[in-house]
Ligand binder design. Structure first.
Ligand SMILES: [Zn+2]
Length: 331
């Protein structure tokens, strides 16, 4: 049977609006989520009201972040011998959108867990595994930061969200009053609205609580889980992040800094020989342990030794991976 021709792939289309610079009349292209308009010709900047309140965390300037980068390199015993060879190749500055929400949660659950008991004595000793039902309830008040864009791939974004959860809301500046002229590089807009946030908070918080109960109560199964999450407040926040890219001995690495307090968020560091040796030595030890345990397990049919051997092998793979990967993450 003849097949209809396949439709052409959907094009990546972004609606572009045209805007005229009120200062010099030059055309400026903006998208619907543009928050800060910047004129490339005269430097005019304007915050564009998206229809809801947006707050800003004041950014430290680039020079301060650069100073912290060098200070950090000099203090790090792994990096300090190479400070003279490090070359900064790029400093990216981004104002990234987040929603900061305060919530109250209440939950109730019924679950199952297994319990093993030794019964009897002497020749009649046996191990009995029982399934027992557990139930419980709880409540908490918390705070959560969710990215205001669905897809933002940048080193340190997750960690920046964690840092935002700790801020004092008094330090937030209304975006309309902020001095945007100093930070016109990249301001990312929100791609969904604050009214959509409570549903997301509900899903994320309920899922987190559920995982926590599983872990803390050692559950094997959840029979019932009810969670009520009430979002008390939502604030749209623009948070600054700096990513410094540097070159060292032919490799390129990056460190992300929180732009409002200058703390390191995450570092993608080169792995030096010393670490390589540690990792590979660790891998060899674990692998041989694993092999030995496998042999013993085969001989005595003991399930738990088999688990030890598997863990040993997994550990070995992990360490080998780290050693050959060439990159080490540090928080
Ligand atoms: Zn202009």
């Amino acid at each position: 049977m003849p097949q209809p021709p396949a439709p052409p792939p959907p094009e990546e289309e972004e609606i572009v609006e045209h805007f005229e610079c009120p200062n010099c009349g030059a055309p400026i292209e903006i998208t619907p989520d543009t928050l800060v308009i910047v004129c490339k010709y005269c430097g005019y900047t304007e915050f564009r009201d998206p229809g809801y309140d947006v707050y800003v965390l004041k950014a430290l300037d680039k020079a301060e972040i650069e100073r912290r980068f060098w200070e950090r390199m000099k203090k790090d015993p792994d990096m300090s011998p190479y400070v003279g060879e490090i070359q900064i190749t790029d400093i990216t500055f981004i104002y990234a959108p987040f929603y900061l929400a305060n919530y109250d949660a209440e939950w109730y659950y019924i679950g199952e867990k297994t319990k093993t008991e030794v019964q009897g004595s002497g020749k009649n000793t046996r191990v009995v595994t029982k399934i027992i039902k557990v139930r419980g309830s709880g409540s908490e008040s918390g705070r959560i930061a969710i990215p205001g864009r669905r897809y933002v791939e940048e080193l340190g974004m997750k960690e920046l969200g964690d840092a935002i959860e700790q801020i004092d809301e008094k330090s937030l500046i209304p975006a309309k009053e902020y001095n945007w002229e100093r930070y016109i590089e990249t301001v990312l807009g929100f791609d969904y609205e604050p009214r959509e946030v409570p549903q997301m908070v509900k899903d994320i918080v309920a899922e987190d609580i559920k995982k926590r109960i599983y872990r803390e109560k050692n559950l094997t199964r959840m029979l019932a889980f009810l969670c009520r999450v009430k979002t008390k407040s939502v604030k749209a926040i623009l948070a600054p992040i700096y990513v410094i890219t540097y070159k060292l001995r032919g490799g390129i690495y990056g460190i992300a800094f929180s732009g409002f307090d200058g703390k390191q968020l995450v570092a993608m560091e080169p792995v030096f020989t010393k670490h390589m040796i540690q990792y590979t030595a660790g891998a060899a030890t674990l692998a041989s342990l694993g092999a030995a345990a496998t042999a013993i397990a085969a001989a005595v049919h003991e399930g738990y030794i088999l688990i030890v051997s598997l863990l040993g092998l997994l550990g070995a793979f992990y360490l080998m991976h780290k050693a050959v990967g060439g990159v080490r993450f540090e928080h």
